[in-house]
Design a protein around this ligand. Structure first.
Ligand code: GDP
Length: 450
């Protein structure tokens, strides 16, 4: 999914990340490349243009360019704007839910062109609502044009374990819809899914039929099914439908084979309609609710880094991080520094939070695990370091058995715990040296700074 686009964007970002400082021109150059990547991914031109304008405006701000890690900040801005482009209502980028909160049966009308994956998606969504939401579902095919369309839905219904309306040969779509509603009411069905007829193209007869079916069934949701592989055509189809029937959302199928992503990226901006589901394969459970934030993570391949940068930016002051990084590089990492460092970690949500988040962090975390470090130690460490004399803090090697005993007593802990902290200090010093080899000061700053 989105492989081509991912690769292109990551090339641009690798270069951004590899730079210690950025100026406005650097950002503009990078954005030119991002724009090309979006257009190659078949994103609609006005959408790409708008996206680049928004990212550039935010990214050339002084706060970003002067931060310790401007490259990371720019990437985070791109991520945020991607979430918005994909239809995230807020920063959480949650999936837009189905509105089934009506007097049952809630009718979900499925519309779309022939071959888009409409019938398959109808069965997938019915199964999802049954399995994940405990809904009682009924499906009915209103497709009287395509031979065997109704039989196809019946077979899928059997596979999905969802009931389908018995077929009466020769009955017309509006009458089938009426019968389905009646049957759903009698059987206390929660959700009635109507699989409407497809056509090869959007035409007047199709639209008239959709309107007539909508008029009798008063759907809570009208979902348009489009094939993501058709790129901008999918968006155009969505636009044509929107003008005729009140769509409430889009189902984007064949996302499993979509390396470009143009339909997913343009849909919301062009049509104003949220993508509610993504089809990811032929099997009946190959469907996902469309989470803009998660899709953006997939495109950028760096979800955890984004949240880490967010956390770090909240809790760490850039100058402090820079100073700490300098001291470490100079080999002056003493107990005072360790305390500051640990306090920052705690501000960031403890050790668990940091688990495996960044390549550089892994080393440091391994070192901590080896020295028996956990979040409880974070609570005790302040007391222990406070019980050391100033001299001991600056020169921890002074701590012999007698001094350790005194520190343990003073902090209400044990010599063992004092040893743990000393060991951790040593291990971290060692890990820092490794990190220095891996990425130098910049890598370290990226680890601790926002
Ligand atoms: P309809 O004419 O719109 O009802 O289309 P169908 O539901 O019959 O689907 C047409 C073909 O597309 C079938 O072979 C499906 O298995 C396949 N298909 C549907 N959705 C997906 C999807 O998300 N991924 C993949 N790989 N195939 C899909």
């Amino acid at each position: 999914m989105f492989d081509t686009l991912s690769d292109r964007l990551n090339n641009v970002f690798d270069r951004l990340r590899g730079r210690g400082a950025l100026n406005e021109q650097d950002v503009r150059d990078a954005m030119r490349e991002v724009r090309v990547a979006l257009l190659e991914a078949d994103v609609a031109l006005p959408v790409a243009r708008d996206f680049i304008a928004r990212v550039t405006e935010r990214a050339v701000g002084q706060e970003v360019l002067k931060s310790v890690t401007p490259g990371q900040q720019v990437i985070k801005i791109v991520n945020d704007e991607l979430v918005t482009m994909l239809g995230g209502e807020d920063a959480s980028g949650e999936a837009t839910p189905l509105n089934l909160d009506v007097k049952p049966p809630a009718v979900v009308m499925m519309v779309g062109l022939q071959g888009s994956g409409k019938t398959t998606s109808t069965a997938k969504i019915a199964k999802l609502l049954k399995d994940k939401n405990g809904k009682k579902a009924l499906m009915a095919s209103l497709d009287v044009n395509r031979p065997a369309a109704q039989e196809q839905l019946a077979i899928l219904g059997e596979q999905a374990g969802v009931a389908t309306l018995p077929i009466i040969q020769g009955q017309q779509p509006v009458d089938i819809a009426r019968r389905a509603l009646e049957s759903a009411r009698l059987q206390n069905v929660d959700v009635l899914l109507l699989d409407t007829a497809g056509r090869l193209h959007v035409d007047e007869a199709l639209m008239a039929e959709m309107k007539a079916v909508a008029a009798v069934s008063e759907p809570a949701e009208v979902l348009l099914v489009v094939d993501s592989l058709t790129g901008q055509d999918a968006v155009n189809v969505a636009q044509s439908f929107t003008e005729e029937v009140p769509l409430t959302g889009v189902v984007l199928t064949r996302m499993d084979g979509d390396a470009r992503g143009g339909a997913a990226l343009s849909m919301r901006a062009v049509t104003g309609k949220p993508i509610k589901f993504a089809g990811t394969g032929e099997k009946l459970d190959a469907i996902e609710r469309f989470h803009p934030a998660r899709v953006a993570d997939r495109i950028l391949g760096m979800g955890d880094v984004v949240s880490l940068v967010e956390k770090a930016a909240e809790s760490i002051k850039a100058e402090e991080a820079e100073e700490l990084a300098q001291r470490m590089m100079a080999g002056k990492f003493d107990m005072n520094d360790l305390r500051k460092q640990l306090q920052q970690m705690q501000n960031m949500g403890g050790l668990g939070m940091l688990a495996g988040m960044m390549p550089g962090m892994k080393k440091a975390k391994q070192a901590m695990a080896q020295s028996g470090m956990d979040d409880k130690v974070l609570v005790h460490m302040d007391a222990i370091i406070s019980s050391m004399t100033r001299k001991e803090r600056a020169h921890p090697q002074l701590l012999n058995a007698k001094r350790k005993k005194r520190v343990a007593a003073g902090s209400g802990t044990s010599v063992q715990e004092v040893n743990k902290i000393l060991k951790m200090h040593q291990e971290m010093g060692r890990a820092m040296k490794q990190i220095k080899r891996m990425g130098g000061l910049k890598g370290l700053a990226a680890m601790f700074g926002g």
